[in-house]
Design a protein around this ligand. Structure first.
Ligand code: GCB
Length: 607
């Protein structure tokens, strides 16, 4: 059980005074004050607010000058030369990417400063205060009341700092956010999505008692579905104390005492718990309490495993009727961030007949996970180990590992989450195999109760252009053999799908993590005309026939629910900076292929 207690590789990336705190689980259900809304911003391509003209970092100087933007200084009288003024600077919405909020920033990659002033008074004198960021893309230097809290790297995972000793009535929170792409980063320089910069997810002030429930795991025991098991981690001056966990609706309750590290494990025997399924996404209120602190969560209970080629949910074989989703939302351009965005995207998936969604290609915001649990949608969650990251660079590995840990740490109580995906379309080589082997072992050490997968590729052998093979060392490390294929789009025309034969030589469930074709909503032509709705529809019709020939196939998640922004896609009048493989256009228009897949899934769900 202790293996499930997560260490924080993220500290590798924090610098200076205040170390990044380990994340608080279920942060939205704590006592929180949102800092979402209008923030001031300054565009700073030369990082003028960070360095002096000799390129010395201000935050490494004992007494940073007032010209450092994070000092949040105001001209003290008309004689002072100060070349910024937060109060007269423009505002930007948080959460939100900067690219589509100011025409100067659409293609901007570099640094932007953010400032939020807020007043705060603690509920109790001895309360502890944390500042929590859902995600900031990609690097964030964070300052609070002029003091550097730290630096966080990684654009899609939460982080937080404790500010108990720094908080006052009037506060200034300043960030320098940088989204420059770097070859050694995760993701690397080359992707097929927009590099949306900024504070893209919720910012919260979290108030807790002095000793509080920081983390917990409460799940069905994968080896014994008649027990709920897990751990509790308490943080504060009195680590060893009595904890109660109760699930009132199921009349379950347990009390135990944590050890001197604030850690304690438990097992609750249960025979009668109603299982979480997509058809009946039962969530129970779970109350975790200590003398000082009470946290309520909504948790579903289910098991997931594989047996030969089957995926078993609560012991029953299940077929994954999926769709892939990027964290973007039609109607307005940009990152999805709110509960309403999650409802819209997952609502469309549900209407399509899905019981499963692939959250590509990075961890999505927590609202998506919560909604999927409520709506009964199983999830594939993924880290941005995408294409050609630097397999031999230890820093790259540590970075990917920190993102994997943060994702698992945040969502380990999510019944909907059944798959952790390690990578997408990575080119086979010895160093890549080693990296991903080690990565798979890390994932298993953090969570033994979910399945591992990764989106692999297909190949053919000389002389057999129509026999598609999925054979990859990586398939041995994962539970589900998944692959992306674009027969009929990047590889021939849709008819080719019907001529294909398949070889996937594993006694494991097989899953198509992507197939698809581009179509501009409202563009109609014959089915051989690229980017017409008819072409995309024909590709779907034929692929849905082809899948019958793929051995051990247990589901798929076509590419993709909605059109999404990508600077790789420059065909004027058609793409205009959008990847058009959505079944739904950027204004919410359902394309013909949407209805083809919907009909297929409706029939499939009857079997
Ligand atoms: C892929 C990638 C995905 C791309 C997609 C495409 O294989 O995994 O990120 O967006 O193809 O549209 O080409």
């Amino acid at each position: 059980m202790k293996a499930l207690k997560l260490t924080l590789l993220g500290v590798l990336f924090s610098s200076t005074l205040f170390a990044q705190s380990e994340n608080i689980i279920n942060v939205h259900n704590r006592s929180v004050t949102s800092l979402n809304g209008e923030w001031k911003f300054l565009i700073d391509p030369y990082e003028n607010g960070f360095y002096n003209y000799r390129l010395n970092a201000f935050d490494e100087m004992g007494n940073p000058p007032r010209s450092a933007y994070f000092t949040d200084s105001k001209q003290y009288d008309k004689t002072e030369l100060l070349e910024y003024d937060w109060d007269t600077s423009p505002t930007i919405k948080v959460p939100g990417d900067w690219n589509h909020q100011d025409p100067r920033l659409q293609y901007y990659e570099g640094s932007i400063w953010y400032r939020k002033k807020f007043t705060y008074s603690k509920t109790y004198d001895r309360s502890r205060i944390f500042i929590h960021f859902g995600a900031v893309n990609y690097r964030a230097d964070v300052y609070f009341n002029g003091v550097k809290l730290g630096r966080h790297i990684g654009g899609f995972t939460p982080f937080q700092y404790e500010v108990t000793d720094l908080i006052k009535e009037e506060n200034s929170l300043v960030l320098m956010v940088n989204n420059n792409r770097k070859p050694e980063a995760v993701p690397t320089v080359n992707t097929d999505w927009w590099n949306f910069g900024g504070i893209t997810r919720d910012v919260l002030v979290v108030e807790t008692p002095e000793t509080f429930i920081k983390d917990y795991l409460i799940q069905l025991d994968p080896n014994d579905p008649n027990s709920i098991r897990g751990y509790i981690q308490i943080d504060g001056e009195i680590p060893s104390q009595k904890v109660s966990i109760s699930i009132p609706e199921a009349k379950l309750n347990i009390d135990f005492v944590t050890d001197s590290d604030g850690f304690g494990t438990f097992t609750i025997p249960t025979k009668k718990i109603e299982k979480w399924t997509p058809e009946n996404p039962k969530l129970y209120d779970v109350v975790i309490s200590t003398q000082q602190n009470k946290v309520i969560d909504e948790i579903g209970f289910r098991t997931v495993q594989t047996k030969g080629a089957d995926i078993l949910l609560n012991g029953e074989p299940v077929f994954l009727r999926g769709i892939s989703i990027h964290e973007e939302v039609p109607y307005r351009v940009g990152r999805a961030a709110s509960e309403e965005d999650a409802e819209l995207l997952l609502g469309w998936a549900k209407e399509l007949g899905c019981n499963f969604v692939r959250l590509a290609h990075y961890p999505h915001n927590e609202h998506m996970i919560r909604k999927a649990n409520e709506m009964g949608i199983m999830l594939w969650e993924e880290v941005p180990v995408y294409w050609t990251i630097h397999w031999e660079n230890p820093e790259t590995y540590a970075n990917a590992a920190a993102q994997l840990e943060a994702m698992i740490q945040r969502d380990k109580n999510s019944a909907a989450t059944i798959i952790w995906s390690l990578a997408n379309e990575t080119p086979v080589s010895e160093p890549r195999n080693e990296f991903l082997h080690k990565f798979s072992k890390l994932a298993r050490s953090l969570d033994k109760s979910r399945l591992l997968s990764a989106a692999m590729e297909v190949h053919t052998e000389p002389g057999k252009p129509l026999e598609f093979i999925v054979e990859d060392k990586l398939a041995e490390y994962v539970d589900i053999v998944s692959f992306n294929e674009y027969i009929g789009w990047y590889n021939g025309l849709p008819d080719k799908t019907l001529q294909s034969s398949w070889k996937v030589p594993y006694d494991k469930p097989v899953f198509i993590s992507e197939f698809g074709a581009g179509a501009k909503a409202g563009f109609h032509a014959d089915s051989l005309t690229r980017f017409s709705e008819e072409y995309q529809a024909d590709l779907y019709t034929k692929t849905l026939q082809m899948v019958e020939n793929i051995p051990n196939l247990r589901g798929f998640s076509p590419w993709i629910l909605t059109d999404f922004r990508s600077p790789r896609r420059q065909l004027s009048g058609i793409q205009d900076g959008w990847n058009r493989k959505g079944l739904i256009g950027d204004q919410g228009e359902k394309k013909q292929a949407y209805f083809i897949l919907q009909e297929y899934y409706q029939n499939k769900s009857k079997n």
